[in-house]
Design a protein around this ligand. Sequence first.
Ligand SMILES: Nc1ncnc2c1ncn2[C@@H]1O[C@H](COP(=O)(O)OP(=O)(O)O)[C@@H](O)[C@H]1O
Ligand SMILES: [Mg+2]
Length: 350
Amino acid sequence: MTDKTILEVQNFDVDYGYGDAAVRAVSDVSFTLGASKVLGVAGESGSGKSTLVYGLTRLLREPGVIVGGEVKFHLDGEGEFDILSASEEEIRKIRWSHISIVLQSALSALNPLRRIGREFDEVLRVHDANLSKEQRRERSEELLALVGLRPDRLRRFPHELSGGQRQRIMIAMALALRPELVIMDEPTTALDVVTQREIVSELAELRRQLGFAMIFITHDLSLLVELADDIMVMYAGQIVERAPAKELHDAPRHPYTLGLMNSFPPLHGERTELEGIPGSPPDLKALPTGCPFSPRCAFAMDKCRQERPPLVLEVGTEHSVACWLHDSSYQGAVPVELSKRLAKNSGGAQ
Ligand SMILES: Nc1ncnc2c1ncn2[C@@H]1O[C@H](COP(=O)(O)OP(=O)(O)O)[C@@H](O)[C@H]1O
Ligand SMILES: [Mg+2]
């Protein structure tokens, strides 16, 4: 593993609709992803997670429009690739072979009339004309083995497989061409909890083996703790917090992140009663002035209703948060729920 950057996103904005009717679904998103790293993206339904990755991979369709920002993909030996200014043709070459995507609707993405083997054969054939039929079959079996499926699954039709098996097939296909970046948009959401967790563990293992970078989207923050190196939390199309996974888990700073944590049972350990987040996700057509989360936030102050907090990196950490409670201008006490870890560290340098 290296410190190299594979993806660099700056001030990325995506709208749905045009002119007065436009709503901003992704707003001023900036982040970098290291080669072989896993970035988890969490947020309730409607927070802009899918729109973000549709935009980044240029899969966005009308009325979605990329209205600003820069997206750079760095490939070893091949230099920098400017995704937003690339032609459709160039983008198609990159997708699958260098950046592969498992979309939210993946469970219905398999053609019901085709055997699984044929799907694999086609992906491999289209991208590498030099492979013989026999080599393609061998590679298909190898890919199935990667995701823990027996070779005889190649002869099956999608309806003969369980949801978990179909999702494993989609993951194997995403890995078929040895991409450097794999994007998974809620790949396990439709599955039962046990299968979800199995697949997430397998993905973590595959990443260790194969070394690809990954963006893994979910609304279930607890799934990310084991899998992700860093976690980014989105609300109303904005990043409201980003930190190394363990740090975010042990010491969430943003009240919204805390709410998300309390919305799902922990991966290991006791199941306590879940609180969830009061209120409903924001209406992008009528975002409040100030912090978009303020109407639902138990800790909101006057300033939160007046001014939007910027995403600021805490001094001496890799932890960024957009919340006035953690701003250097804030003189009051940080609510105890948001300060447990801070207190633990208070004997240290800061
Ligand atoms: N095709 C579309 N047309 C208009 N608005 C859309 C469209 N797709 C998504 N949106 C809006 O964009 C916002 C973000 O949606 P999405 O990216 O799907 O969120 P998530 O993946 O986090 O659930 C939501 O408010 C949603 O209603
Ligand atoms: Mg989505």
